[in-house]
Write a protein that binds this ligand. Structure first.
Ligand code: TPP
Ligand code: MG
Length: 577
């Protein structure tokens, strides 16, 4: 039979279970879009900017079993999409990046959108491919998918030149996709050593990251068997339920909330699972990790990268945890609940919230009251999508998360502009779950036009824009050491105007008395399939534990002469203004 490359690509995408593609068509991809339009299994979603498309594909990859797929033009489409591809790359999120490509059969140079896209994509993806024959298209996409979803997941780039996409060629029998077998772990000796360390532990603790997202139940079993407090990374906020008595918070060092700091203070054996101990999760590496570290991760490169491991177990979190539990059940008696420790965690958590309740300010919204109400009005499996800024850490510290894969956010690549489009991807991937985005005003401005995509697709996402008029996370870092805040005061944004422009509803939330009514109203509108933008006059006067801890840790590491220079400048500016 004769087939176009576009038909073959859509066949391969259907075989691997892709449900959506994101992008904007161009002359290189019209045939591909036409073939996608014929598919009854895949919905091609038109976006306003390929960067938004990449964040949507990222959300689909994080929240569903279907891989997020980008279908973009070469060069310009790829450079626009790069921010979302980079986020997926550093956060370990599977993604297929498919672009058209210049003709390979004419010998012409300086074609439209012609550049070395493989050199460009090489630093942002796990692998890059370019088809030069029709019969390569299907196996190449299968291989790209296998690479994107195996080990530590990530994006893979496939270039399909326009002549292959558009023209037909005789094709033999089409290969069928065979999913990879479930992961096996071969680490009996390491499991035994881990169990020995845990048997001797006086105060075992667990630190869990996004890598453990599919091992929620196994993680709960382990924590309860060891009676170990559990801290999560930022990306892994949802891997352990925030309402479990052993949950302590995000991080565990000087940048963590008091419940986590205190519960981990005496930690003598740590089980770290699905985390790379990267900068944010460790509060700029200020967290104290015990010598007895049992480090479990699917990517063996992370072992010893920042903190040396006594026992390193490479493998899928769920498979390793099941093996470890079998070993523990045979060799380590279950530790009874430690009432005093649990009570301390609960009291520390309550006291931390109390410190925020005491911070009410006239004419502003108190973050803790906002998150209390949001939690009350959101089902446990509701999805929170966060951007990057002060609002990220407020959410991490004040919004308890109850079920796995119910928070997504940009972490290691740390790209502002994530939340608006990612929330659209989340709602497409999980139409029956409530999706609420928390986004700073600066980040909102980067991608807010994408709300048009939500409106055109009848997606009832609620956007809470924390409107403080500032790039606060950076402004806060400038305020004390520099005594001034250059380039972090943003222009006066008319948020209602954005709603008008994109077809969303707008609701103002101007003080604490408005919180309950506005959240209820926003949910009601969203339920009807319309996006809602809420302008929240948020009070940022109180610093998060994360910001205070990170500033202290980083400053503490400065050499003495630099410390003095910073302190003197701050003092002089404090006096001179
Ligand atoms: C693309 C990008 N540019 C710049 C930064 C640096 N940055 C990190 S947080 C932040 C401030 C974000 O401001 P806003 O969205 O208003 O959130 P807020 O901190 O006020 O809650 C900035 C500029 C970044 N992370 N990503
Ligand atoms: Mg702001």
């Amino acid at each position: 039979m004769k087939r176009t490359g576009a038909w073959l690509a859509v066949y391969a995408l259907e075989q691997i279970g892709a449900r959506f593609t994101f992008g904007i068509p161009g002359v290189h991809t019209t045939e591909l879009y036409d073939a996608l339009n014929n598919s009854n299994r895949i919905t091609p979603v038109l976006v306003t900017h390929e960067g938004g498309g990449a964040f949507m594909a990222d959300a689909v990859g994080r929240l569903s079993d279907s891989i997020g797929v980008l279908t973009v033009v070469p060069a310009a489409g790829l450079t626009h999409a790069a921010s979302g591809i980079g986020e997926a790359f550093l956060d370990g999120v599977p993604m297929l990046v498919i672009s058209g490509g210049p003709r390979t059969d004419t010998g012409h140079h300086y074609q439209l959108h012609q550049m070395d896209t493989h050199k460009f994509m090489g630093g942002l993806t796990k692998a890059t491919f370019r088809a030069t024959r029709h019969d390569q298209v299907v196996p190449m996409l299968f291989e790209a998918y296998a690479i994107a979803t195996s080990g530590e997941p990530g994006p893979v780039f496939v270039e399909l030149p326009v002549n292959i996409l558009m023209m037909t060629e005789e094709i033999g029998e089409l290969p069928q996709f065979r999913p990879a077998p479930p992961p096996r772990v071969d680490a009996a000796a390491e499991m035994t050593r881990a169990a020995e360390l845990l048997r001797a532990a006086r105060h075992a603790c667990i630190f869990a990251g996004w890598g453990a997202r599919d091992a929620n139940d196994d993680l709960i079993r382990l924590a309860e068997w060891l009676e170990a407090p559990v801290a999560t990374t930022l990306q892994g906020l949802s891997v352990f339920p925030g309402n479990h008595p052993l949950h302590v918070g995000f991080g565990f060092g000087a940048s963590a909330v008091p419940a986590a700091q205190n519960a981990f203070a005496e930690c003598d054996v740590m089980v770290a699972i699905g985390t790379r101990f990267s900068e944010i999760a460790t509060g700029s590496y200020g967290a104290k990790v015990p010598e007895n570290l049992i480090h479990i991760d699917i990517n063996p490169d992370v072992f010893g990268a920042n903190f040396p491991a006594k026992v390193a177990i490479a493998g899928d979190a769920g498979a390793v945890l099941k093996g470890l539990m079998t070993e523990l059940e045979a060799k380590v008696p279950r530790r009874p609940p430690q009432a005093a420790m649990r009570e301390r965690i609960s009291k520390d958590k309550a006291a931390y919230r109390e410190s925020w309740y005491r911070n009410d300010a006239e004419g502003l919204v108190n973050p803790v009251r906002f998150f209390d109400e949001l939690r009350r009005r959101m089902p446990d499996d509701g999805i929170v999508v966060i951007d990057d800024g002060n609002h990220t850490f407020l959410t991490a510290e004040l919004m308890p998360i109850h079920s796995s894969k119910s928070v997504i956010l940009p972490t290691d690549f740390n790209c502002m502009g994530y939340a608006v489009p990612a929330a659209i991807g989340a709602k497409l991937a999980c139409p029956d779950r409530s999706v609420q985005a928390i986004v700073g005003d600066g980040a909102f401005m980067m991608t807010c036009m994408e709300i048009l995509t939500a409106a055109s697709n009848d997606l009832g996402v609620v956007y809470y824009v924390f409107n403080d008029g500032e790039l606060a996370q950076i402004g806060q870092a400038q305020a004390i050491p520099y005594g001034r805040k250059p380039c972090t005061q943003i222009g006066k944004l008319n948020i209602e105007g954005v709603a008008l422009a994109t077809g969303a509803a707008f609701l103002p939330m101007n003080d604490n008395t408005a919180i309950a009514g506005v959240i209820a109203k926003a949910n009601e509108i969203a339920h009807g399939g319309k996006p809602v933008i809420v302008g929240v006059k948020i009070d940022y006067s109180k610093r998060t534990a994360f910001t205070l801890g990170a500033v202290k840790t980083n400053f503490g590491r400065f050499p003495l002469n630099e410390k003095l220079r910073f302190l003197t400048r701050a003092a002089v500016r404090h006096v001179t203004g």
